[in-house]
Design a protein around this ligand. Structure first.
Ligand code: SDX
Length: 436
């Protein structure tokens, strides 16, 4: 915890009672007021639904500056990592708080590669799901079930066990994701091929067929690696906070990550990438002007929102959205995208311009976020819409496990147990049913 340098004093204007609370200064970002003793000293809780002004923990992993549109992993700007790093090197960085030396990175990649297979008994799990199950439902189930196979390294207070678990999760998420896709499409499972790179292996497990040769497109593999870097971690977002809360009870990391996957699935969070493309298709099929949809998004009586717009933290451009838009342009250009794909991109670009010049969006600092363009790229890769959030979960696994591991090694960490503003009935007498 950053050293205590200043304090704030709160006065209860009803009783005149005061409490002085410590203030901590971070290495970057807003100072925090430690309210831990507020209830004990003043008898009050704080109230902050959605945690608009609440820091839930101290962390040294990812820094966001929403006003300036800044994102840094372990102090390195996302733009530099996107330009020069790789997803597995970013995994090493997030886990170890430093960039690896060559031999360390080689060892890390080799160790991840050795863990890509699933326990053969797990493969029978898939046949228990309906063929039309959403791949996110399958992924939640399978990741939670990993705890049934890896009892050998589940001492969560043992750093070596936490590292093995990290390797296993990083390595097996693409295998589970690809198998979820293959099962839903009635295709035979394809085992990992460890001679391929991380993202080439995923594309191979997704799209190769036993009946013919398949070589993953290096363009797609590189674009996917870049997109995974951009999705790797993002401070205390809803799914990461879920992983931390689940892990705070000393639940095993597979269960904690499974809870994060469940939280990510929501369209307000990681499910937005799928919702964006469905929205763009609806817009194109409607033949209506874009302003119609922007006006609907502004109408409080209409539940329609511009998916892929707005962010709790970024009140400027999401730096990831800028980078993904560039990848999108380059990939569609290099791939000679189909007319449908180009139409989706054209609609997205036009919608962005309309929204960014509309006072409602400007006044609320609503900009495109990470999900606005990513789905268009996934479609261009031949990835179906119901797999978009699965890929987000694949990429975010390193963030979840790094944040969980940081919490497990934080001696100040306690079980998370928020209180509430109770508004229900009180002190009622039970009425026997014949008298109701
Ligand atoms: C991710 O937290 C993270 O870091 C998440 C993430 C990560 O990497 O982990 O970045 C990934 O989840 C990105 C966000 C993906 N979700 C979407 O694209 C869904 C659409 N966006 C929203 O629903 C919304 O913007 C949120 C959920 C992202 C943020 O919601 P907030 O911060 O709670 O803001 P809010 O809902 O209170 O909105 C503030 C105002 C409201 O209007 P007023 O009441 O002030 O009049 O902005 C409006 C909202 O109605 N608004 C929108 C809007 N988003 C906010 N209006 C129309 N369309 C939108 N998309």
């Amino acid at each position: 915890m950053s050293s205590e340098t200043e304090t704030v004093t709160i006065t209860d204007n009803t009783t005149g009672k005061q409490v002085t609370l410590p203030m901590y200064t971070p290495t970057a970002g807003p100072k925090v007021i430690d309210i831990g003793k507020l209830y004990k000293e003043l008898g009050y809780f704080t109230y902050d639904p959605g945690f608009m002004s609440t820091a839930s923990c101290s962390s040294a992993i990812t820094f966001l500056d929403g006003g300036r549109g800044v994102l840094q992993y372990r102090g390195y700007p996302i733009e530099q990592l996107a330009e020069q790093s790789s997803y597995l090197e970013v995994c090493f960085l997030l886990l170890n708080n430093r960039l690896p030396k060559k031999e360390e990175l080689d060892y890390f990649i080799n160790t991840v590669t050795q863990h890509t297979m699933l326990h053969e008994a797990m493969i029978r799990f898939f046949s228990g799901f309906r063929r039309d199950a959403h791949p996110m439902a399958i992924m939640v189930g399978c990741v939670g079930a990993l705890a049934a196979f890896y009892h050998d390294h589940m001492d969560i207070h043992n750093e070596e066990h936490r590292m093995i678990t990290a390797y296993r999760l990083i390595a097996k998420m693409p295998t589970i994701a690809a198998m979820s896709y293959r099962y839903a499409n009635g295709k035979p499972f394809v085992y990992p091929r460890n001679s391929l790179s991380y993202t080439e292996n995923f594309l191979y497990m997704m799209f190769s067929m036993p009946s013919e040769e398949y070589t993953p497109d290096p363009l797609l593999a590189k674009a996917l690696d870049l997109i995974m870097i951009l999705h790797a971690d993002h401070e205390q977002n809803a799914s990461t906070s879920t992983v931390r809360l689940a892990g705070s009870s000393d639940a095993n990391p597979f269960a904690a990550v499974a809870s994060g996957i469940a939280a990510l699935w929501g369209p307000a969070h990681g499910g937005a990438n799928e919702a964006v493309v469905r929205m763009l298709i609806d817009i194109n099929e409607s033949g209506k002007p874009l302003q119609t949809f922007v006006d609907r998004a502004k109408d409080k009586n209409d539940s329609f929102r511009l998916m892929g717009f707005g962010h709790r933290v970024y009140k400027n451009y999401d730096p990831r959205a800028r980078l993904i838009r560039e990848i999108c342009h380059k990939l569609l250009n290099d791939m000679e995208a189909s007319s449908e794909q180009q139409k989706l991109l054209d609609t997205a670009m036009a919608l962005e311009q309309v929204a960014l010049h509309d006072d409602y969006f400007v006044e609320r600092n609503l900009y495109p976020n990470v999900d606005f363009y990513s789905g268009i790229i996934f479609l261009a890769m031949g990835i179906p819409m119901n797999m978009f959030t699965v890929i987000f979960a694949m990429a975010r696994t390193i963030g979840w496990i790094s944040q969980w591991s940081e919490m497990m090694s934080d001696h100040e960490a306690k079980i998370g147990r928020p209180r509430q503003l109770y508004t229900g009935a009180i002190d009622l007498d039970y009425l026997p049913i014949e008298k109701r």
